[in-house]
Design a protein around this ligand. Sequence first.
Ligand SMILES: CCCCCCCCCC/C=C\CCCCCCCC(=O)SCCNC(=O)CCNC(=O)[C@H](O)C(C)(C)COP(=O)(O)OP(=O)(O)OC[C@H]1O[C@@H](n2cnc3c(N)ncnc32)[C@H](O)[C@@H]1OP(=O)(O)O
Ligand SMILES: Cc1cc2nc3c(=O)[nH]c(=O)nc-3n(C[C@H](O)[C@H](O)[C@H](O)COP(=O)(O)OP(=O)(O)OC[C@H]3O[C@@H](n4cnc5c(N)ncnc54)[C@H](O)[C@@H]3O)c2cc1C
Length: 687
Amino acid sequence: MAGVDYLADERNKAEFDVDSMKIVWAGSRHTFEVADRISKLVANDPAFRKDDRPMLPRKELFKNTLRKAAYAWKLITELRLSEEEASKLRFFVDEPAYTDLHWGMFVPALKGQCTDEQQSKWLPLAYKMQIIGCYAQTELGHGSNVQGLETTATFDPQTDEFVIHSPTLTSSKCYHTVEVLCTWWPGGLGKVSTHAVVYARLITDGKDHGVHGFIVQLRSMEDHKPLPGITVGDIGMKFGNGAYNTMDNGVLTLDHVRIPRDQMMMRVSQVTREGKYKQSDVPRQLVYGTMVYVRQKIVADASCALSKAVCIATRYSAVRRQFGSQNGGPETQSAHYRKSYTGLIQVIDYKTQQNRLFPLLASAYAFRFVGEWLKWLYTDVTQRLAVNDFSTLPEAHACTAGLKSLTTTATADGIEECRKLCGGHGYLCTSGLPELFAVYVPACTYEGDNIVLLLQVARFLMKTVSQIGSGKQPVGTIAYMGRVEHLLKSRCSVQRAEDWLNPSQVLEAFEARAARMSVSCAQNLSKFSNPEEGFAELSADLVEAAVAHCQLIVVSKFLDKLQQDIPGKGVKQLLQAVCGIYYLSLLHKHQGEFLATSYITPKQAALASDQLRALYSKVRPNAIALVDSFNYTDHFLGSILGCYDGNVYPKLYEAAKKDPLNDTVVPDGYHEYLKPLLKQQLHSAKL
Ligand SMILES: CCCCCCCCCC/C=C\CCCCCCCC(=O)SCCNC(=O)CCNC(=O)[C@H](O)C(C)(C)COP(=O)(O)OP(=O)(O)OC[C@H]1O[C@@H](n2cnc3c(N)ncnc32)[C@H](O)[C@@H]1OP(=O)(O)O
Ligand SMILES: Cc1cc2nc3c(=O)[nH]c(=O)nc-3n(C[C@H](O)[C@H](O)[C@H](O)COP(=O)(O)OP(=O)(O)OC[C@H]3O[C@@H](n4cnc5c(N)ncnc54)[C@H](O)[C@@H]3O)c2cc1C
């Protein structure tokens, strides 16, 4: 049956121009064309096969990743791909590798933390991959608490060097039962990186200046062996088969390792030849700049991971049929569903399925647009920093931290929901969903634990509330706090379900909820004589206020997007429906907060649910076209359930036949373990 498109009927139902939507999703025609070309290049090259990943033993898996990364680099250089094309190629290869950390963190750290002179030395080497780097910040005992790091970099004026040292238990106040407090977790560190950006406490003349970044060579450029004083290795298997085990997350101890003074990254602060510590005229927090950059990237990546899962679950939900009757005979479910040509009900037509799936589809679009906006914000703050305007740095930190937390939590939960939406078959590795979940879920932890990051947003919110009335007008994403008096008094004016389609009404509802939750936290905090104690005591409420603020940002950026000129037949109308599903499903999920803050009434909450159901019906015929708009190849999706042609069952059957366990009809181990058992039972049962 090759060539038959089992989803053709679904595709014919679309009420909008899919090609135009593809461009909206990609961000521009240019980005679409690059992504389309590179994704096909990868999909058509057998060297990038990835369906065997869950079955490979770790060593083989890792070597395979090294092979793919080297081959990708060969293509990048031979085809003279641009930076944009090269990064798309790595993205579509879709395999976590040391290159993610080299390009995603090491290079940005060099760019952001080094002086021009240092950059001119290190960047050309890194760009040509003549050195490979990683980002070594987290220690066994300290991840979230960066200020608590214990590795030291002590300046030795005699030799003009820093001595980098991981403290041992004996020299540490810590009472862990491990012998060494080493660096632990960095990706690419375990087996590959030649260099690392190591974060350590800078000590000059006995004085501790806090955490700074240093470039440390780890391995010999001749034979890849660790340099003297360096002990390095992989930290072991992680969650899931295949998944993130293609990455060599590493452990590192540094025993009085000496590096030249000019390998301290000196953009933010410097140590002179005499050992004098000098701080540039920039905020110390710029040392954390790489994290702001990567968090912004992670938000953009969330929409990719979630859209992948949603594409699989949506296509499969249209293919999968449950209940109804094959021959038009008595129905086992309500006649309401008797629409499909076979008489069997497509599971996508169940309202419960739509209620679980469509908000995730909407979230994928919402995260795409907020990711675009966050990229703009990051570019803007970077340009300002270049001219010593630091005014928007706290907002950029709060936005990147908060949105990283919000989008990764929703995406990880969403992928797991998509697995359940695919029923039993979702649990098969060939659905692609178990591995996608296992690869994605650490995003809730790395680059800042999601709760720790929300607490940073909460601090920013409390600071903003405390400044209300001081004459300092809040701007940007926090501008609504400038209208707090109105927002505390106002009441929702919705009278009919359709009123929930009014953008200004929706925006005010989300602003009022966020403002009221923040103000309530601030009022409760003011009852504590010690603010830090109050912050700790109220931290669960503060996290909820931070989530409300971040959801407001996502909703407002989606609504802003809809204000733009969006070409293509029906595209804008569909996006309006998708946006409506996004905010109304949030309103429904957090109804308690909207009601408790008294902005809306129970009747208005019920009208919101009515409108949400109406939007599900609007989106239903367009669901397949909406996921086709992601333009994912079958290779990238890596899922039989999500394959473009919907020909799921024969593919599942063929894949099962190819499982190594089916290489022989009688399994290995039969003669040792099954036969004797069965024989013994045969004797005792006298059969
Ligand atoms: C399939 C493969 C994966 C693919 C992923 C896709 C991603 C797309 C590509 C991305 C590229 C590369 C791939 C990356 C893969 C992921 C690798 C993960 C790498 C890591 O995990 S690296 C380690 C990251 N570690 C952390 O994030 C630690 C978290 N902790 C912190 O950030 C901070 O220490 C803190 C919790 C914020 C500190 O809190 P504390 O209150 O103690 O703060 P300080 O006293 O230090 O500072 C207070 C002051 O500073 C402000 N501030 C804090 N952070 C920042 C910042 N980053 N920028 C600006 N300002 C900051 C804070 O607000 C305070 O200000 P105030 O005094 O109140 O005015
Ligand atoms: C797959 C993966 C890749 C990684 N890659 C790198 C890398 O390349 N380089 C690198 O340097 N690091 C890396 N890391 C480390 C990562 O950045 C840290 O694990 C992360 O920052 C969380 O820190 P932690 O492990 O110390 O968690 P902890 O802080 O120990 O968190 C444990 C629990 O305590 C809670 N908690 C902690 N502090 C607070 C608080 N103040 N208030 C309330 N609750 C709190 C957290 O919410 C969490 O529930 C990686 C981690 C993973 C899982």
